[in-house]
Every structure is written in C-alpha cells, then in structure tokens.
Design a protein around this ligand. Structure first.
Ligand code: SAM
Ligand code: SF4
Length: 498
C-alpha cells in the first residue's frame, strides 16, 4: 500500500486502542449533561460566593467545575470588573509582568480534512497548495530570527507528505539555523520549536520527542460532540475521540509539555470554557499534570469558508475578555496564549487580564516571511494585527510589561510536573524574571530600533531595582550571578540563563 496516497494514508491514521485505553468506563470526560447542569445550577451566583472563589484563584489553586460555572454566570458588570482586577493580580503573582513572544511558521497547507471553517480544508479549490522543503524552512527561519524571535510554533495541515517524519526534518532544520544578529556581534537562533499539528499515534509522537519538540499543541476546536461532528465532516479529524485524547497520547510518548485550546465561535463559549477545564482536570487525574498552555483562538474570516463569516456563535470582544478572565481565574498556573488573530487594541486590553504568550511580525501564508504582502489564498485565515515585533514590544514596554525570550525552563528540566509545581508555588515566576531581563537585553542589543531600545533600557533599570529588593533573590544568592551574566550579555555573550 502506497503511504503517499492521501486517502489510503488517512484511513490508517486512527488506532482505536490508543483511544480506548484512556476512556473511563467506556466514556470520555466531556459529559454534556453534567456541563449543562453545572451551568444552570450555578446561575446568578451571589457576590460573596464569587469573591470566595476569587480568593481560591489568588491562592493559585485550580477551580472546580461548579466554581468556574459560577464565574461564567456572573451578570453584574461591577462584579466582572472585580474579576478583571483579580485576574490581573493572579497573573502578576504567578507570571509577574512578563510576556513571552513566539513566531508561527506554517510549513504546509496540504490537508486531508474538511473542517468547514478553515481555508486549508481539502475541498477549498481556491487554496494554492504548498509544502516547504527543508531548505525553504531554513530560509523562512532566517527571516524569523532576523526579527529577533527565539521560539517558533510550527504549523502543518494533516497529510502524508507532512507526516511525523517530515515534522522531524522541519524541527531539525529550524534548530540548525544560526544567523548573525542585525546589530552588534551577536547571533540569533531558534531555541525552542513547538508544534501545532494533527493528533498522532504514540509511535509518531515519540519521534517528535526525540527530535527535541518543545510543546505539542492540539486544539479540540469544540468540545460539543454534535457540533464537532457537523463541522468536521470527513478525514481523520472527524473522529472526536482521536482528537480528544491526542495529548494523553503525547504524555505517554514522553512529551510532558502539552497545550490545549478551543476555537471560539463554533459553539457556546461558556460550554467551551467548561470543556477546557474538564480537559485540564482529566490530564491532571491521569498524568498528574495539566496543560502547559491554553489557547482560545476566535474564529476569523477564512478565504473559501462561508461558515467562518456567518457562525451564529461568534464571540464579541466583551465576551472574549470574559473568557480570558475566567480561564485565568480557573487555572491560575497555566499559560494563556493570545494570537495576532486579534486586533491591536483588543490585544492590548486583554493582555492585562492574564495572557502570558503572544506572537508578532506574524505571517501565516506558506513561505510568506520575507515577502512584501500576504497572499490571502495561501493562508488559513486573515490576521487582525500585522505589526512588527519591535512595535509590539515597544507598546508593551510602555505599559510596564517586559518581553521574555527565555527558553531556559525547558532546557534545564523545568518542564512538565516540575514547572507546574514551581508555578503553583510562584517560584518559576522568579527565575523567569532574571532570565527575562537577560533575554530582553539580548533583544535590545541585537534587534531593537532606537526608540524601543530606549524604553526597554528604562524598563530593565526598574527590573534591576526590583530584583535587588526581592528577598527571594537575596536568600538564594542569585543576585551576584545574575549581575555577572548581565554584564556578559551586555558584552556580546548569548544564551546565558539561570
Ligand atoms: N491541521 C492541524 C489541526 O487542525 O489540528 C493543525 C494546524 S491548524 C492549521 C491550527 C488551528 O487553526 C486549528 O486547530 C484551528 O483551531 C485554527 N483555525 C482553523 N481555521 C481558523 C479560522 N478560520 N480562524 C481562526 N482559527 C482557525
Ligand atoms: Fe486541515 Fe487543520 Fe485546517 Fe482542519 S484546521 S482543514 S485539519 S489544517
């Protein structure tokens, strides 16, 4: 059997035994009746109960489904304001004033599936299909490095030509690129390659793990069974359970850094938030750790998809902010990712209620980094914010938010259950503060414009003052080493971390 025949290949993707082993009493963890009951029993929660729940979030404890359902049911706008403020406090407590940047790299838009909302779907005849060869991936990586990025999320359609072996080649190609920095005598490289790809069998996931994958990310899109079936009419993706347990399999393959998400706008947003929480709880139950990050992309218009313009469940900007707030309060120690799908002003506003990662200088067309303008017929959907990394970093620095390119946690074993423990105890937040300053300094020296450098240096001075006044750093004798590293980075050494 030829494995490059897409139809034959698609038919052998799903391994039923790699679904069944995770079911409990033959059932998956999304019980729709329970979710709907919880949402209706916890309607109109009184103020005191909501405040008690927020205290639990402030103590960096994950909420229970009833508590999250109560938050989702708050109607009083003043109480929402309290929730926004508390979400901000939780974020500061666990992640401080940091934001981490990454760049997506779309390697292929060949796809055997037919998701009705996506420009890459198989039956979209207008889509120009393309898959990057290793040399092209390296060339694209150079453009991304030239912007100053250190992390990538690499994205693929599901197709035999972009199978796990292709992904392994892509990961290797990216890690191998080194490029002289724009200014000074430093160099840039990608230090962490994350993957957003279709669910795979454990055997294939092990290959990604061996190639040095950072985070493996799969979005369930919608947790509502019927909606899922309606929107994914054919291909392996039409199997809800194969997707639902994609990250369980990743854990079994040794990838303990995993990321979940839902595509908001396909079904009722309150239901989806509950779905994300149940997903987190099941991973915690079965493996002792939950997801490293949660994503909540909103449906954007996609060329060749009428549905993407007309869904009745489209989420308003106000509700979007509520989604992020409830997630921040429900899983205080989990990273939250907001992407350039969203417009600049909204991004700026919601970043405050708890996002920890974002992208900039983003191109989502295949091979579009380095091109003048994006071609809407080779991209998956239309972006909301196309500003450069330098511009967005400057805007955040003006807000007192420091950009971190730190990838140290991953490389000194602060991943999986270790990082979760450290985050829950707010210790990772501290290490990251030091590494954020070191990597921000690298960026300012190597890639920043004059204006960004000026504002960035001022922010670093403030951070220095805070670091010196924080007992944790003194008590752990970290200040001297940090100052030494800072001087070495200022003098051109790269990739130093604590
Ligand atoms: N093909 C793989 C899959 O579907 O899991 C991975 C890549 S897919 C290109 C990445 C994500 O893009 C999907 O999981 C979906 O949530 C999101 N997406 C698809 N269509 C979108 C749209 N019109 N607007 C916003 N996000 C979209
Ligand atoms: Fe293919 Fe993923 Fe797009 Fe679905 S969302 S059509 S699987 S690329």
């Amino acid at each position: 059997m030829s494995m490059t025949n897409p139809k034959e290949w698609a038919e052998q993707v799903i391994k039923q035994e790699e679904i069944d082993k995770y079911l409990i009493n033959g059932k998956d963890f999304i019980n729709e009746e329970t979710i709907l009951n919880k949402l209706s029993f916890n309607h109109n929660p009184d103020k005191q109960r909501v405040r008690d729940i927020m205290q639990k979030s402030l103590a960096v404890e994950r909420l229970e489904p009833d508590e999250t359902a109560a938050l989702l049911n708050v109607k009083d706008e003043d109480l929402w304001q309290e929730m926004y403020d508390t979400a901000y406090k939780v974020k500061r407590k666990v992640y401080d004033n940091r934001i981490v940047f990454f760049a997506p790299l779309y390697c292929s838009n060949l796809c055997v599936n037919n998701c009705v909302y996506c420009g890459f779907r198989k039956d979209n005849a207008e889509e120009k299909r393309r898959i990057l060869a290793a040399e092209e991936i390296k060339a694209q990586t150079k453009y991304v490095i030239e912007e100053g990025h250190k992390r990538m999320i690499v994205v693929f359609g599901e197709h035999p030509l972009s199978d796990a072996d292709y992904m392994v080649e892509a990961i290797k190609a990216i890690y191998n690129v080194r490029k002289k920095s724009k200014y000074g005598s430093g160099y840039g490289n990608i230090r962490r390659v994350n993957i957003n790809a279709a669910p795979m069998a454990i055997r294939d996931l092990k290959k990604l793990w061996e190639a040095g994958i950072g985070t493996y990310q799969v979005f369930q899109e919608t947790y509502h069974h019927k909606t899922y079936h309606d929107l994914h009419p054919s291909g392996p993706k039409s199997n809800y359970l194969w997707r639902l347990y994609a990250l369980h399999r990743a854990m079994d393959a040794g990838i303990d850094d995993i990321a979940i998400g839902a595509l908001f706008g396909l079904y009722d947003w309150r239901f989806e938030v509950m779905g994300l929480l149940y997903h987190t709880i099941d991973l915690e139950k079965q493996f002792g750790i939950g997801p490293h990050t949660i994503s909540f992309p909103r449906l954007n218009p996609a060329a060749g998809s009428a549905f993407s313009n007309n869904s009745q469940y489209k989420v308003s900007d106000d509700d979007f902010k509520k989604i992020i707030t409830v997630l921040r309060l429900s899983v205080p120690y989990t990273g939250l990712i907001i992407t350039a799908r969203e417009k600049a002003d909204l991004r700026k506003d919601v970043i405050k209620v708890g996002c920890t990662q974002t992208d900039a200088s983003t191109r989502i067309g295949i091979g579009e980094y380095g091109q003048e303008a994006e071609d809407k017929n080779s991209q998956q959907f239309i972006l909301g914010d196309i500003r450069s990394l330098d511009t967005v970093i400057r805007e955040f620095a003006e807000m007192g938010i420091i950009t971190s390119f730190c990838t140290a946690g991953y490389r000194c074993g602060r991943t999986g259950d270790r990082i979760m423990g450290l985050l829950k105890n707010c210790v990772e937040g501290k290490f990251c503060k030091l590494n954020a300053v070191l990597t921000f300094k690298e960026y300012l020296n190597d890639y920043a414009s004059k204006d960004t450098r000026k504002i960035g240096e001022e922010l670093i001075m403030k951070e220095f003052k805070e670091i010196k006044e924080t007992p944790f750093f003194k008590n752990h004798n970290l200040i001297e080493k940090f100052e030494e590293y800072y001087d070495r980075v200022s003098n051109g050494e790269r990739d130093l971390f604590l």
